[in-house]
Ligand binder design. Structure first.
Ligand code: SF4
Length: 420
């Protein structure tokens, strides 16, 4: 495929990978600000699903299922009808291939490793296929992506994460068309597959958009280099932005919270949600939630290193903790000696003091019965037995048998400031 485009003003700099292109299109500054990569539960679930699908064609379904450690996920994967699933055919679909473009030289590459050297834009594809075309159908590259989670995605025809490798791979294999696909993996039920065929005009349009994006990212780098703020735009794409904590647009609000909390309260006590303001407020709220998670992490990390003086004679900081854990062998011997084998056996489903207390309950109930019914020794009613009395006896026996292991740790807490 040949594209006609304006000469690209290009200087090799680190360019966003395909998975960040949709956000960079909305907010070019996100590609150039310092990034902190984090993982989510969906990312680790996605990795497990990838590993499962990788293993099915080579090791078989049962072995692949047995290797899935997350029981809930395994139960979902067990329900999948894999025979209906064309993407597992290894002859038709390559996995984990890199598709890359160098905006400076306009070269494209496809391979199992990322191209060496600076200035490449890279896309790691989950599925890459090639159909030669027959009859009326033209030859086309296929780019597919497994997606976990429920995050809203751009429509296939405008999803740059897929369009970028589709454009570059179509050029590499010289196919006039491409098919982009998302296989959405939900927590329940079968995956949902969506596909879109793109003709040469749509590919050329996406190619132009990618070139415009490289220029926009270059402009954002230029702004940063002269100490000004790159072009930033807040929106739904901020939620998982790796530049969230270095973003002036987001941090401005946090700084305001720190510097002028009263002003915020005064201004926002008058604020009312309207039909116009609500969508913007929703996105601001979501990105603030993500930001708050990171601020919590920053404050707790700081407090673990040094106390924070929070006024009124109080500090927030790490305090030492001591937890006692039962040693199974020693505890078993001590309980057999004190209460007999039956109690000891009952207590050892889980080696914990809670399990010991549970195991002592029938003993206590028996003691209560005898207490109520009598006869009492020497005709005098004894003290009413309590479960606590029994657990105290157990603790004393366990202590005497050195059946505890003490673990030292720390937890964050608000405490009174120590006097110097
Ligand atoms: S947090 Fe939002 S506004 Fe800030 S860089 Fe990221 S995408 Fe742009």
């Amino acid at each position: 495929m040949k594209t006609i485009h304006a000469e690209l003003a290009y200087e090799p700099r680190k360019l966003p990978s395909a998975s960040k292109l949709n956000r960079a299109r909305a907010c070019p500054g996100s590609a150039v600000l310092p990034q902190v990569e984090t993982s989510s539960v969906y990312a680790s679930k996605g990795t497990a699903v990838h590993a499962f699908l990788e293993a099915v064609p080579t090791e078989g379904r049962d072995a692949a299922l047995a290797a899935v450690t997350d029981e809930k996920l395994r139960a979902v994967l067990e329900t999948w009808d894999l025979d209906q699933f064309k993407h597992l055919d290894r002859d038709s679909f390559h996995r984990e291939q890199w598709v890359s473009w160098h905006p400076g030289t306009d070269e494209v590459k496809v391979g199992f490793v990322r191209p060496a050297g600076e200035g490449w834009m890279n896309a790691k594809t989950d599925l890459l296929g090639l159909s030669q075309g027959d009859g009326a159908a033209s030859s086309a590259v296929f780019i597919g992506d497994w997606k976990t989670g429920r995050k809203a995605l751009p429509a296939l025809a405008s999803n740059l994460q897929l369009l970028a490798p589709a454009v570059w791979a179509a050029r590499y294999y010289q196919t006039p068309e491409a098919v982009v696909s998302i296989i959405r993996i939900h927590d329940e039920g079968e995956p949902y597959v969506s596909e879109q065929r793109l003709d040469m005009f749509e590919l050329a349009q996406a190619d132009e958009e990618l070139r415009d994006l490289v220029v926009a990212v270059g402009t954002a780098y230029d702004a940063l280099e002269v100490g000004t703020q790159p072009k930033l735009k807040q929106g739904s794409w901020c939620e998982y932005c790796p530049a969230l904590t270095s973003c002036p647009a987001q941090m401005g609000l946090v700084k305001w919270m720190v510097d002028a909390p009263d002003e915020i309260e005064e201004r926002y006590s008058q604020f009312q949600l309207t039909t116009e303001a609500a969508p913007k407020a929703y996105h601001a709220w979501r990105s603030m939630q993500a930001l708050m998670g990171k601020i919590t992490e920053a404050i707790t990390t700081y407090a673990r290193q040094q106390d924070i003086d929070i006024g009124d004679g109080l500090v927030y900081g790490a305090r030492p903790t001591k937890t006692k854990k039962l040693l199974p062998e020693q505890a078993k011997v001590a309980l057999v000696d004190e209460f007999g084998a039956e109690v000891a056996l009952r207590a050892f489903d889980k080696t914990s003091m809670a399990a010991v207390t549970k195991a002592l309950r029938p003993v206590w109930e028996e003691e209560l019965k005898s207490f109520e019914n009598g006869p009492w020794p020497a005709g005098k009613k004894p003290k009413k037995p309590t479960l606590k009395g029994l657990t105290d006896r157990a603790s004393a026996a366990l202590n005497a048998a050195c059946a505890y292991e003490t673990k030292h740790g720390s937890k964050l807490d608000v405490v009174k400031q120590k006097k110097e």
